[in-house]
Design a protein around this ligand. Structure first.
Ligand SMILES: [Zn+2]
Length: 410
């Protein structure tokens, strides 16, 4: 009797232990692997509009956890994000010398704000700089100029921006500039003008990545033909999943990948979810029309555009005019592009602090969800590492190599 009870107790404990084992291991295994992968990888986001906050009248401290927005050092640390491209952006209607002046204000603001936290974040120019920062446990900060209008139609400014640390330039923003057509404006140049092609070559010579997010399809194909280095789409998603002109068609993604380029998936709700895009268009006339309205309210106060955007989004959502979009939509776009051209050609370009984020991806601290979702979909750890940052480092290295070749040809 005593021994029967002992056996019973022993069996019960064994069964409980086995059950606990069976229940917890599969879930914890993937979550555990994802956590380890995220926090050992170089995780680079190629498009963040946090720069506007540095110049805002509302005080913003990069080193403190903020109750709003998506990016600051504590939340980047929490999400394992250790590479960031701060976007240099001004409204596309500002051109000529005032555009250069304002771009320089922002470049200076990024450099000054980064230098406040030398133990946490450092300015980086090259892929090696990024790897060195990672080895030291620091975040690598880079800059991308979002719109060719900021060079004031003067190719020499490309060299000056490059010397100041700008590592990519988006050829246009929402409007055509003097030498390239935008996807959200009426064609005026049939893609890139001859001067625009010279600008692309100068960018190659400087080792500055040529960014084709925002540009018209014709500008994309022209840039692809002219550029000696692979192109980057710093923040674009897939038209096959959400039909928006800001996104890339499958043919464009294939052509980009065939020349070694990378599409960095944008998380903006209008670019990733068809129902949301349609409803937003119906309620507001679309993203460019909305920006035109904001200009009337904001003038040249860039910070105000962001504020107005969030306000409008919230009121339309509260009125039930916009459907809910959850973060898993981002995974649909990553998966679509990776299935189309391989994991070597896909990356992350959130548009944090400059766009409407889907539910569950409110800020940088949420990034490990992407890694876990990709592992659950069956992506290998090596492929996830590429998507998280290694692909971006690869095209930076390629751009640096092309630059060295072109400099020696002089
Ligand atoms: Zn943009």
């Amino acid at each position: 009797m005593r021994s029967a009870r002992t056996i019973f107790l022993f069996a019960a404990v064994f069964l409980l232990a086995t059950n606990a084992f069976v229940r917890s291991v599969p879930a914890d295994d993937v979550a555990g692997r994802a956590h380890k992968l995220q926090f050992s990888s170089i995780v680079i986001d190629t498009h963040d509009d946090t720069t506007q906050r540095f110049l805002s009248r509302v005080p913003f401290d990069l080193g403190k956890r903020n109750p709003d927005g998506s990016i600051d050092i504590p939340r980047m640390r929490e999400g394992g994000m250790n590479g960031i491209f701060f976007s240099i952006w001004i409204d596309g209607h500002i051109m000529g010398p005032p555009a250069i002046q304002k771009a320089l204000d922002q470049i200076d603001a990024v450099r000054q704000n980064v230098r406040k936290y030398p133990n946490e974040i450092v300015l980086a120019r090259t892929a090696d700089d990024v790897r060195r920062a990672h080895a030291q446990g620091k975040i690598a900060a880079m800059m991308g100029v979002e719109g060719g209008h900021m060079i004031g139609n003067d190719i020499r400014i490309v060299r000056i921006f490059s010397d100041l640390g700008v590592r990519y330039m988006t050829l246009t923003h929402f409007y055509n500039d003097e030498w390239a057509d935008s996807s959200t404006d009426k064609p005026a140049h049939n893609g890139l003008t001859d001067y625009g092609k010279d600008i692309v070559r100068e960018m190659n010579r400087q080792g500055m990545l040529v960014d084709i997010s925002h540009v018209s399809d014709k500008t994309f194909y022209d840039a692809l033909e002219v550029s000696r280095a692979p192109l980057i789409a710093s923040h674009s998603s897939c038209r096959a999943v959400c039909d928006h002109v800001r996104d890339m068609s499958d043919d464009m993604i294939k052509a980009l990948a065939a020349k070694g380029g990378v599409i960095q998936i944008n998380y903006e709700k209008s670019f990733i979810d068809q129902a949301y895009k349609d409803a937003y268009g119906k309620a507001t006339g679309g993203v460019v029309e909305t920006i035109n309205q904001f200009r009337k309210i904001c003038g040249d106060d860039e910070d105000c555009f962001e504020r107005e955007g969030l306000k409008l989004e919230k009121s339309l959502t509260d009125e039930g005019k916009l459907p809910h979009v959850t973060w898993e939509r981002i995974i649909d776009h990553i998966d679509h592009a990776a299935k189309l051209v391989g994991a070597d050609h896909v990356g992350l370009g959130s548009d944090f602090d400059g766009a409407n984020m889907p539910e569950g991806m409110e800020d940088a601290s949420k990034l490990p969800k992407i890694t876990e979702a990709l592992l659950r979909k069956g992506y290998s750890e090596a492929d996830v590492r590429k998507i998280l940052g290694e692909n971006t480092l690869r095209i930076m290295e390629q751009a640096e190599k092309v630059s060295a070749e072109m400099q020696s040809e002089r």
